[in-house]
Design a protein around this ligand. Structure first.
Ligand code: DGJ
Length: 731
C-alpha cells in the first residue's frame, strides 16, 4: 500500500516508486512534516529539533498534556503540513481565517483520517486522475476548530508509478455563524535544514517561461500572478533544488498548481535556516466568506521529487500531464498539422483568401486550416465585436457553413478562433448587457486590448457563451477551437455576486464548467488553449484543452528560450509551435526555414504564414518538413525529452528518446556563431547502454556508451541560426 499509518507513533508514510513522504500527529493534534525525499524505510522523527527558544510560543489543549508544558515544542519552528495563522507560527500560513467580529486566528486539531484506494477527484476543479495500473491511493485527514465549527479536509493523492503526490484541501463551515477565509493555499513543504536554489519561469507577453535560478536567502520570495490568470509573467510551476543540482544530479522538489487563475508560490528561509515552500491561490483579491454548511476547495498542487536533477522532475511531470491531466479523445491522438490565418492576414481575411490558402495547404500536406480572429461581424480591428459571435457573411463572401464545406471539399479540416470570455465595449452584447462585464459601478473601467472581461461567475453569462458556441458547432463542421484570452483581470466586480471576494475563484470554476460542457458534448473537437500566446499555459487548462499555443513569438531563436523553459514542466505533446514567415513579425529576425522547422517540431506542429507568398523552393521544403514531422511525430510527442544544453550557451541542443530506446532524435541550433569556433560536441543521454546506433542521415555508427560519455561531434556550422537534426536508430 503506498499509504500507511503507524498507530503507535501516529505517523503517516506515503511511498512512490522513488520517493517517501512522511508526517506525524503530535500530542496537540498538529500535523508535523518529517520528510520528503529519496525512498526510505523507517521513521524520520529525528529531523525534528525541539528545544526551548526565546519568543517562541507554545500551546496545549489540556493542562496535563505534556506538550502544553513543553517549551521546546513550538510551532514557531516545527515543520508543518498545514500551517494556519494564529498558532505561534509566524512563517507564511496556508490558511488565514477571520471570524464574524474580525478576529484572526484558528487552531486546527487532528480529528480523523481515512486511507482508501483510488485517487480523489475535486468537485468543479481539474485534478490529476488515475489510469488503470497507476495503483493510486488517497489519504484524507480531517482537522477541526471547535470554536468556529470549521473543518479542513486535507487530501493527498499518491500515484506511486508516476512518483507523483498531489494535495488539496476542503474547508467547511459546519456551524451556525460565518467566517471568512482571507487566504487558502493547497500545499506546504517544510525543510528543517538545507541550502537551496529556487527555479522559476518568469516572462512577459511574447517571451514566456524564461528559466531563472537564484539562491534562497533569508526572507520570502514570492512567485505569483495577481492577474486573474496563470499569466505570461510567471508560471505556476516552481522547483526547489540543492545548490549543486543540475540536469541529472542533485535533489529537487517541484510544485505545480492545477489552476488557471491567479496563484501564489512562496519560498522562505527562516531564522533557523529552515525552508518553507508553499503554493496555492493568490490572496490579494480573495476574501471568501463561508456561510453555514458552505465549503470551498483549494485547487490541486502536483508535487514530485527527484534525487537525480531536473531531468527526472521533467520526466515525471511530462508523464503526469500527458496521461493523467490531459484526457479524452485527443489525449493519445496524433495532433493535426495546422495552417493558421493570423500572421498571414490578421483581420483582413476573406472567403477567397482562405480558400486559396486551403488549396496551397493541401498541396503542402497540412491537415487543418484554422480561421483565426476576424471572421465575425464588425471584427476588422481590436476595437470591436468581441461577444457578438455572428459570422460576417459579407466579408467571407458566403456563410461560414458553406466556407467550411468548401475547405472540407479541398481535403482539409477547419478550426475556428474564439475569445469567449471577453466583450468589446463596442459590441451588441455590451450594449445589451453592460452588467455582464467586470466593471465597478461609478468607476471608469481599465480596458486592455480595448476589451473587458465577462463575468463568468454569473450563470447567465455562462449560458450565453455556451449557447453561442453550441450554435456555431451545430451548424458548421468545425473540428478545432482556438480558445483565446487576451487581457488580465484588473477590476473585479460582479453584479450577480453577493460577495465580491469570491468572484475571481468562481470565475475560474465558471470557465471550467463551460469547457467541461463543450468537452462533454463535443468530445472529438480539439480545443487549443491560448492567451495572447502562452499567458495561460497551465495544468488546469490542459485538462480541457490538450494543447496550448506556446507564445505569440514565433521567431525560432526566441522560441529556443521559451520552449526550453516550457519543457521543464510541460511535455512537447501539449506545446503548440508553428513555423512563420521572415523577417519575423515579432522581432524582425531572419532565420533559415530549416531552423524554423526544427524548432517548431517540438510539439503540436503547424504554420502561421501565407503560403501563396512562398517560393517554389520554400513550398518543397515545407512539404518535406511536414512529411518528416509526421514520421517523427510519435517520438516527439511520446518520447522522453532531454535538455542537452541551456540556449544561452553557444549551442542549444535537445533530444527525444523513444520509450523502447530504439531511436533517438538529436536537435541542435546555433543561436550565435563566432569566429573560428571550437568544435561542438553534444552528449546525448538516456540511450541503451552497450549498444550501437546508426545516424540515419549519414549511415555512420556510434557506440552508445561513448556517445553518452564523450558526445557526438556536430558538423561545422558556419552561420548564426544554423541547425541540424539527426535521427539515430539502434543497430
Ligand atoms: C492572440 C493570439 O495569441 C494570436 O495567435 C491571435 O489569435 C490573436 N490573439 C488574434 O486576435
Amino acid at each position: 500500500m503506498p499509504i500507511t499509518y503507524d498507530e503507535q507513533h501516529r505517523i503517516f508514510t506515503l511511498n512512490t516508486r522513488n520517493s517517501t513522504y512522511q508526517f506525524m500527529i503530535d500530542s496537540d493534534g498538529n500535523l508535523l512534516h518529517l520528510y520528503y525525499g529519496r525512498k526510505s524505510d523507517g521513521f524520520m522523527k529525528n529531523f525534528l529539533h525541539e528545544q526551548p527558544r526565546a519568543f517562541s510560543g507554545v500551546f496545549g489543549y489540556s493542562q496535563d498534556s505534556q506538550a502544553s508544558q513543553d517549551e521546546s515544542h513550538s510551532l514557531d519552528y516545527l515543520p508543518q503540513e498545514f500551517p494556519v495563522q494564529g498558532t505561534g507560527d509566524f512563517r507564511s500560513p496556508l490558511l488565514i481565517v477571520r471570524d464574524e467580529f474580525g478576529t484572526f486566528g484558528c487552531k486546527l486539531r487532528y480529528d480523523s483520517h481515512e486511507i482508501r484506494s483510488g485517487k480523489y477527484a475535486l468537485n468543479g476543479l481539474p485534478a490529476v486522475y488515475e489510469n488503470s495500473g497507476d495503483n493510486a491511493s488517497t489519504l484524507e485527514i480531517i482537522l477541526r476548530n471547535d470554536r468556529l465549527n470549521l473543518s479542513v479536509k486535507i487530501l493527498y493523492g499518491v500515484l506511486p508509478e508516476l512518483d507523483i503526490i498531489t494535495r488539496s484541501a476542503i474547508v467547511k463551515n459546519s456551524g451556525h455563524g460565518k467566517f471568512t477565509l482571507e487566504k487558502l493555499q493547497s500545499a506546504c513543504l517544510d525543510f528543517t535544514h538545507g541550502n537551496f536554489d529556487v527555479i522559476n519561469f518568469q516572462g512577459r507577453h511574447a517571451m514566456e517561461r524564461q528559466f531563472e535560478r537564484r539562491e534562497l536567502l533569508h526572507g520570502s520570495l514570492v512567485i505569483d500572478s495577481r492577474r486573474g490568470m496563470s499569466s505570461h509573467q510567471s508560471n505556476p510551476f516552481v522547483i526547489l533544488a540543492d545548490h549543486n543540482a543540475t540536469e541529472n544530479f542533485g535533489r529537487c522538489w517541484s510544485m505545480m498548481f492545477v489552476y488557471s487563475g491567479g496563484f501564489k508560490a512562496e519560498i522562505s528561509r527562516d531564522q533557523y535556516d529552515q525552508t518553507r515552500f508553499q503554493m496555492g491561490l493568490e490572496d490579494e483579491k480573495f476574501s471568501y466568506t463561508l456561510e453555514p454548511n458552505e465549503e470551498i476547495t483549494a485547487p490541486e498542487v502536483i508535487m514530485t521529487f527527484s534525487s537525480s536533477g531536473f531531468e527526472k522532475i521533467s520526466h515525471n511531470m511530462h508523464d503526469c500531464i500527458r496521461k493523467n491531466i490531459c484526457r479524452g479523445f485527443w489525449r493519445d491522438k496524433a495532433r493535426p498539422v495546422i495552417l493558421n490565418s493570423w500572421e498571414a492576414f490578421y483581420f483582413d481575411i476573406s472567403g477567397e483568401k482562405l480558400l486559396e490558402m486551403a488549396r496551397y495547404a493541401k498541396k503542402l500536406g497540412v491537415d487543418m486550416l484554422v480561421i483565426d480572429d476576424g471572421w465575425f461581424i464588425n471584427r476588422n480591428d481590436e476595437l470591436h465585436a468581441l461577444g457578438d459571435w455572428t459570422p460576417d457573411e459579407k466579408k467571407l463572401g458566403m456563410n461560414l457553413e458553406s466556407l467550411v464545406k468548401k475547405i472540407n471539399a479541398i481535403g482539409l479540416d477547419v478550426g475556428l478562433w474564439l475569445e469567449p470570455e471577453m466583450v468589446s465595449e463596442n459590441s451588441n452584447l455590451y450594449r445589451e448587457h453592460p452588467d455582464w462585464a467586470f466593471v465597478i459601478p461609478n468607476e471608469n473601467p481599465t480596458k486592455s486590448r480595448h476589451q473587458l472581461v465577462l463575468d463568468l461567475s454569473n450563470r447567465d453569462v455562462r449560458k450565453y457563451i455556451l449557447d453561442s458556441i453550441f450554435a456555431i458547432l451545430a451548424s458548421t463542421n468545425v473540428k478545432y477551437i482556438k480558445w483565446d484570452y487576451n487581457r488580465s483581470i484588473s477590476e473585479v466586480y460582479s453584479h450577480a455576486a453577493k460577495n465580491q471576494g469570491k468572484v475571481l475563484y468562481e470565475y475560474i470554476l465558471g470557465l471550467y464548467e463551460i469547457l467541461g460542457k463543450i468537452n462533454a458534448k463535443y468530445p472529438e473537437i480539439l480545443i487549443e488553449g491560448c492567451s495572447g500566446g502562452g499567458g495561460r499555459f497551465d495544468a488546469g487548462m490542459l485538462q480541457y484543452t490538450p494543447q496550448i499555443w506556446c507564445s505569440d513569438n514565433t521567431d525560432a531563436i526566441d522560441r529556443l528560450y521559451i520552449q526550453y523553459g516550457t519543457s521543464f514542466a510541460y511535455p512537447a505533446s501539449v506545446t503548440a509551435a508553428h513555423v512563420s514567415t521572415c523577417p519575423n513579425h515579432q522581432n524582425g529576425r531572419i532565420t533559415p526555414l530549416s531552423t524554423r522547422g526544427i524548432v517548431a517540431m517540438t510539439g503540436a506542429f503547424g504554420y502561421e504564414l501565407d503560403p501563396a507568398k512562398l517560393s517554389e523552393h520554400e513550398q518543397l521544403e515545407i512539404q518535406a518538413q511536414i512529411s518528416r514531422y509526421k514520421s517523427l511525430r510519435e517520438i516527439i510527442t511520446d518520447g522522453l525529452y532531454y535538455r542537452l544544453s541551456n540556449p544561452s550557451e553557444n549551442f542549444c541542443a535537445w533530444e527525444y528518446v523513444s520509450r523502447d530506446k530504439r531511436e533517438f532524435l538529436l536537435n541542435v541550433v546555433i543561436p550565435q556563431n563566432h569566429g573560428n569556433m571550437p568544435r561542438i560536441y553534444v552528449t546525448p543521454r538516456g540511450l541503451e547502454p552497450g549498444k550501437f546506433y546508426r545516424n540515419t542521415s549519414t549511415g555512420e555508427i556510434y557506440a552508445s556508451d561513448a556517445l553518452m560519455d564523450s558526445g557526438f561531434a556536430l558538423p561545422v556550422l558556419r552561420h548564426d541560426f544554423e541547425s541540424c537534426a539527426y535521427l539515430f536508430e539502434i543497430v
